[in-house]
Design a protein around this ligand. Structure first.
Ligand SMILES: NC(=O)c1ccc[n+]([C@@H]2O[C@H](COP(=O)([O-])OP(=O)(O)OC[C@H]3O[C@@H](n4cnc5c(N)ncnc54)[C@H](OP(=O)(O)O)[C@@H]3O)[C@@H](O)[C@H]2O)c1
Length: 377
């Protein structure tokens, strides 16, 4: 297949290398970048989108630029021209999923996005493959490698959040502005896309409650360890008859659980489906080659004639069945007076309560620096 590549940074460069090493899967004819000076003398590099979209007999556009615009406009343009699209851009796809899938169907082409969730893990592919036989009823997992690296560092080396974050930045796992990772937004896009692929339900990402690890302290980690638990940022989804339960939350997992052992920058995901039951997937969730591998697998799938049509329908996000005991550290523990089992300084462990009841108490706390975690039953 004749293709063009939009973006040649961490992921795009890996895609170019793998595709150049495997000409049997097609040829990348042109590569769109922003700053030509950074990209050596490969004659395929250009900063002119018209030169890229003017490629003769173009069949596939590979989008690895990131961001909403111009990525969204370019992907639309590709689909309108009847070209297949492979993207690694979860933020753009979560925002425009329905529009782009409809456009792909109308124009007889495909948009594939394996690299958007779980990096190199064939997660989206597996969610779709399960549905050849099963209904996928739930998924759960560690879908952000940066926060897993930070939490593993804090747990193993007794470091502060700040030290662990700068370690992650030095190792290239966290960006200079780590907001999307540590506040859980990156995981939220991935939960939205997992719900689309697994349940056929696409929520707006903003509807998914999302708490990150920005305010976690070394003391929270010690508290969990003393109770035989490990804190992980978990994205999860459950399908009900008339609604979906979706969330991104720090969870105090029992040390015996499989996810508690998924350390460093790895991702770990599980799906529950009707005949297979629980299946578990673990691997590199980000980085140049694992992510590029996932992009190229999508390219190969399209080239081999794999045809996947995804239709999403609307269902409300409703977390009323999400019930548990909650660990909360806040400067206003008194708010939990009637709801708590333990109050120790600023640390509160609530009695079992639904998530929406917890949210009402959190609103009363009005504490922007609080940290909360669900204590796994
Ligand atoms: N990094 C990962 O491990 C990873 C994992 C999974 C998914 N992703 C996703 O993959 C996408 C790309 O990530 P990345 O880490 O590869 O990003 P990156 O290193 O910042 O690379 C972005 C590339 O896109 C080009 N670009 C950006 N804006 C452009 C514009 N307006 N016109 C032309 N070219 C433009 C840049 O050109 P210049 O080089 O000239 O600046 C660069 O080559 C993102 O959506 C990200 O969320 C990344």
């Amino acid at each position: 297949m004749k293709s063009v590549l939009l973006g040649c940074g961490t992921v795009g460069k890996g895609v170019l290398e793998i595709m150049d090493a495997h000409p049997e899967y097609g040829r990348i004819a042109k590569v769109l970048v922003r700053n030509l000076k950074k990209h050596g003398d490969d004659p395929r590099m250009t900063d002119d989108p018209e030169a890229v979209f003017g490629t003769e007999n173009l069949e596939l556009v590979i989008e690895c630029m990131g961001g909403l615009e111009p990525a969204h406009t370019y992907v639309k343009r590709a689909l309108e021209a009847g070209c297949h699209v492979v993207t690694s851009n979860k933020k753009m796809l979560a925002a425009y999923y329905e529009e782009l899938q409809d456009l792909a169907e109308k124009n007889g082409c495909l948009i594939r996005y394996e690299a958007c969730v779980g990096g190199g893990i064939p997660w989206i592919h597996e969610l779709i493959r399960l549905q050849r036989i099963d209904e996928v009823t739930a998924f759960r997992g560690i879908i952000n490698g940066t926060t897993n690296y930070i939490l593993s560092g804090m747990t193993d080396n007794n470091t502060s959040f700040e030290e662990a974050l700068s370690g992650a930045q030095e190792a290239g796992y966290a960006e200079a502005d780590p907001t999307d990772d540590i506040d859980g937004y990156d995981a939220r896009f991935k939960v939205a896309l997992s719900a689309a692929a697994g349940f056929g339900v696409l929520p707006a990402a903003e509807e998914i409650p999302c708490y990150g690890i920005r305010h976690i302290s070394a003391g929270d980690i010690v508290w969990a360890k003393e109770k035989g638990r490990t804190i992980k940022l978990i994205g999860s989804g459950k399908l009900y008859d008339d609604h979906v339960e979706l969330s991104v939350l720090p969870v105090m997992l029992k040390n015996s659980s499989l996810l508690a052992g998924v350390a460093s920058n790895l991702n770990g995901l599980s799906a529950v489906s009707t005949t297979l039951g629980t299946s578990f997937y673990i691997g590199q969730g980000a980085g140049r080659y694992p992510t590029a591998h996932a992009v190229v697998q999508d390219i190969i799938g399209i080239g081999e004639g794999e045809r996947v049509t995804e239709h999403c329908y609307s269902m409300p996000v409703d977390n009323s069945a999400l019930i548990g005991c909650w660990y909360v550290r806040t400067v206003h523990p008194e708010v939990f007076h009637d709801a708590a089992e333990i109050i120790d300084g600023e640390t509160v462990v609530t009695r079992e309560m639904p998530f929406h009841a917890l949210q009402e108490l959190l609103a009363q706390c009005n504490d922007p620096d609080l940290f909360l975690a669900l204590i796994e039953a």
